[in-house]
Design a protein. Structure first.
Length: 232
């Protein structure tokens, strides 16, 4: 689960990114259509099959975008265990000495059927988080919601309409429709993705090394992609 400090970091960086929106000069034809008002909703983009190449498009079309960071790193705690951090540091040895790289993972969504996951790496923490948020906006996809649980069978899109599977690395995840009122039966990192996508009730089964949070989140995102490919 993301701590308050992690949430504040994500929100502050996202506010700085949005502050530059007034200076945005679109470079793609899609961006120009959005700025001119020809495209007023993000749902108009997906049927056209156009690729979003400018994160400002998402900021313009979804002003209330939710941003959260997945705590993929960790440092040893005083009494043992591990204290989770929003960034992960890796090191490589060169002839000139150690080379450090900071990695981060972000999840964005409007809580109403759209979600994106992105990763970023840089030499410092803030730049890595900013890249992760920007890449998550570029990877945003629609989520096919519904009520596919035999225990509920209502018409409200509070869950998903079919059982679907996703995979990334050694992690495999199965998303199962759940009845209304059950809640999110999954781990805290997966809950961040579900909340961003607007999923309120779901069963989740995981297999493999789920301690690798990056693969766990990417497997969940892959499951949503596979759900969009399935027939209704």
């Amino acid at each position: 689960m993301a701590t308050n400090r992690t949430k504040m970091l994500a929100e502050s960086i996202n506010k700085q990114i949005k502050a530059k929106l007034s200076e945005w000069a679109p470079k793609t034809s899609l961006g120009k259509k959005v700025l001119e008002g020809k495209i007023k909703s993000i749902d108009e983009i997906f049927p056209q099959g156009e690729k979003i190449k400018e994160p400002e498009i998402i900021d313009y079309l979804i002003p209330n975008l939710q941003v959260s960071l997945i705590e993929i790193g960790g440092t040893p705690g005083k009494g043992g265990g591990q204290r989770r951090t929003p960034t992960k540091r890796t090191v490589r040895m060169h002839r000139s000495g150690r080379r450090y790289k900071i990695s981060a993972m972000a999840v964005v969504g409007d809580g109403n059927g759209h979600v994106g996951v992105g990763r970023g790496s840089a030499k410092d923490h803030r730049a890595a988080v900013e890249k992760a948020i920007q890449n998550a906006k570029l990877n945003i996809i629609p989520v096919r919601r519904g009520c596919g649980s035999w225990e509920c069978s209502c018409s409200d899109p509070h869950s998903i309409d079919k059982t679907v599977e996703g995979k990334s690395g050694s992690v495999r995840i199965v998303l199962i429709p759940a009845p209304r009122g059950l809640g999110l039966c999954c781990s805290e990192p997966v809950k961040e993705v579900m909340k961003a996508a607007g999923i309120k009730d779901i069963w989740v089964k995981t297999f493999g090394d789920t301690r690798t949070r990056e693969n766990l989140i990417l497997a969940t995102f892959n499951a949503f992609k596979n759900l969009n490919k399935m027939r209704k």
